[in-house]
Ligand binder design. Structure first.
Ligand code: ADP
Length: 603
């Protein structure tokens, strides 16, 4: 495999440094290097100085004569002239013969300086740069914990270890993860009965909702090591590195088990593999390695992998298969109460004045994520400092909402009051139509916090058990439920909005299927009007009928939907008081559970 060797501390590196030191020594020790100081003179001057007994030292070389003045202050050189009496005259003048005025660079030295050293330096610098690059890409040695290649950041429990209590709101997610903590505390309890923990848990939700915090909190609560790595870190490097990093990460994790491995932005490696030839090989290799590793260890090793993503739909289905990331924990944007709690948690870190109404701030910051709320508190504190105040006030908090939200240029812009009201009615409309028809499943939870998917509201329905067979009535009720949102808008506001586009799509699809695939219309009996090419892979279908029939199908689809639409309008008009009451409740609280909903409805 493409095991990438950790670059050993290259000998040559030290060698280069040693040579550099040597070179410096030579600079200082060898006067020859200072040849620039030697003054060229003509032979006449040399003869004159000899005559005048002005010469201190003299050195006669093969091709030149080097000499100093009496005070040894200056060095001169001159060429060789055929002058047989010169030596004698010099001797008589009292000049001292020397061999060492200027040290000749030996041929070996010359060779080293002009060839070997530059090459060594060149290599050493090259090595240094590549090491730096490797380090930057995470391939180098993490010095802090000596973690080897994977460079996973290990988070060891410390006094400030994050606990569940630090994560405000997100109660459902915490409940879900508490089981993991319990397992890590007491794995025996689980293994004795033969239960194994899910190996992988996917934390799904928009950015800044506390996914990383929750993962850390699991490790903190269970008091186990925490390895964290971001999906993008795996792929942003040379080919083959990603896979080897995954292998390494798991090797370390197994050694340190029980522990938590957290992979942030898993979509960076886990994107759907699109059968394109020449796709991103590196990513695919990394993903394959991850899958192999996950399959490779038993459920009871004590290594639990948490991964975060805000685009679960883009994940490769192989990742979410049983035995891999088979549990999904939604981590949604906080509702009103959640926002208030988050604000309070973060406000503890700053000095606040008396009488701050967090609920009011939370109301104004509808749609903000946990990270944004944390930032709002911080901005408020900065504002207080700017104004030379010592305490954060209500006004600071309210002012900074705008700063933070505008700064982020939120895509899912915060709803205006009017929009919020419409969305509340729309969602209650769906839920009421569902609940008022006996066959429809009761709602579990309704929220009007903008969702990752772009939907403004969200009605969570629980199906009663597994439904394999749906009757015509049930499907019709479902159709009515789809139209319930729009129906509520019509009943209450007398006008319609774009908010129903998704409902329309779903209703149309269902109505069309009822007619063309399930034989639920009186006109076509049990004739298949549509062929489904591959039922297990998406189910692309094409109509298999004449143009006239197609036109008739279109007509029937409209008929079917509008009948249910009218039914929904009727149901809501008949229960207008309840509709208003529930919408008001949802508008004010942003969330309503199924239980509360049914209580109001049946009151
Ligand atoms: P994610 O991983 O979902 O993008 P993080 O866990 O990194 O989000 O959260 C970023 C920051 O936002 C945290 O460090 C924390 O200060 C703040 N934050 C987010 N959610 C919460 C929460 N539920 N409670 C308290 N603080 C939160």
């Amino acid at each position: 495999m493409n095991e990438v060797k950790k670059p050993k501390r290259p000998l040559i590196f030290y060698y280069g440094i040693a040579m550099l030191v040597l070179l410096l020594f030579n600079f200082l020790a060898v006067p020859g290097i200072m040849e620039g100081k030697i003054e060229d003179v003509d032979y006449g001057k040399f003869m004159n100085m000899t005559e005048n007994k002005d010469i201190g030292y003299v050195e006669i070389q093969d091709n030149r004569i080097i000499f100093t003045d009496k005070a040894n202050e200056k060095i001169y050189q001159t060429g060789i002239v055929n002058d047989p009496g010169m030596t004698e005259r010099l001797y008589n003048s009292g000049a001292k013969f020397s061999k060492e005025i200027v040290k000749e660079a030996s041929p070996l030295m010359t060779f080293i300086f002009s060839w070997v050293l530059p090459i060594i330096l060149f290599i050493a610098i090259g090595q240094f740069i590549s090491r730096q690059m490797l380090k930057k890409m995470g391939g180098g040695n993490s010095m802090m914990f000596n973690m080897g290649k994977s460079n996973a950041k290990i988070y060891v429990k410390s006094s400030d270890g994050i606990k569940f209590s630090d994560v405000a709101g997100e109660d459902e997610a915490k409940e879900n993860l508490a089981e993991i903590v319990d397992y890590l505390h007491n794995p025996k309890k689980y293994s004795e009965i033969g239960a194994s923990m899910p190996k992988g848990i996917l934390l799904v939700g928009p950015p800044g909702t506390g996914k990383t915090m929750l993962a850390k909190a699991v490790a903190g609560e269970a008091n186990v090591p925490f390895f964290s790595m971001s999906g993008s870190e795996f792929v942003e490097m040379f080919v083959g590195m990603g896979a080897s990093k995954v292998r390494d990460l798991f090797k370390q994790a197994k050694e340190k088990a029980p522990c938590i491995v957290f992979i942030d932005e898993i979509d960076a490696i886990g994107k759907k593999r699109d059968g394109n030839i020449g796709g991103n090989d590196e990513r695919e290799q990394t993903l394959n390695q991850l899958l192999t590793e996950m399959d490779g260890f038993e459920g009871n090793t004590g290594v639990i992998i948490l991964a975060a993503t805000n685009r679960p739909e883009s994940l490769d289905p192989a990742l979410t298969r049983p035995g891999r990331f088979d549990r999904r924990v939604p981590v949604e944007l906080p509702d009103l109460k959640g926002r208030e709690e988050i604000l309070k948690v973060h406000a503890k870190k700053v000095k606040t004045g008396p009488g701050i109404d967090y609920m009011q701030v939370a109301k104004m910051a509808s749609g903000a994520s946990g990270a944004e709320l944390a930032n709002i508190v911080n901005e408020a504190a900065l504002r207080a400092v700017r104004d030379n105040r010592e305490l954060v006030t209500q006004a600071d908090l309210e002012e900074s909402i705008e700063v933070v939200i505008a700064g982020y240029q939120k895509k899912n812009a915060i709803l205006t009051e009017k929009e919020k009201m419409i969305v509340a009615y729309h969602e209650i409309g769906h839920a009421m139509v569902a609940a008022l028809q006996t066959h429809s499943a009761p709602v579990q939870k309704i929220t009007i916090i903008p969702r990752t998917s772009g939907a403004l509201g969200y009605t969570m329905q629980v199906e009663e058990g597994n439904h394999y067979l749906m009757s015509r009535e049930e499907l019709e009720n479902k159709l009515a439920t789809f139209t319930g949102g729009r129906a509520a808008e019509e009943v209450v506001f007398g006008s319609v909005t774009t908010g129903a586009s998704n409902d329309i799509e779903q209703a149309t699809k269902l109505a069309r299927s009822m007619i063309t695939r399930y034989g639920m219309s009186d006109d076509f009996d049990m004739v298949a009007l549509e062929t489904v090419s591959n039922q297990y892979l998406g189910g692309d279908s094409s109509l298999a009928c004449s143009a006239q029939t197609q036109a008739k199908i279109d007509e029937k689809v409209v008929e079917l939907v509008s009948a249910q639409h009218n039914k929904a309008i009727q149901l809501l008009s008949d229960n207008r008081a309840k509709l208003d009451e529930l919408a008001k409740y949802l508008y004010e609280n942003e969330t309503i559970t199924g239980e509360q909903f049914m209580k109001v409805l049946n009151a």
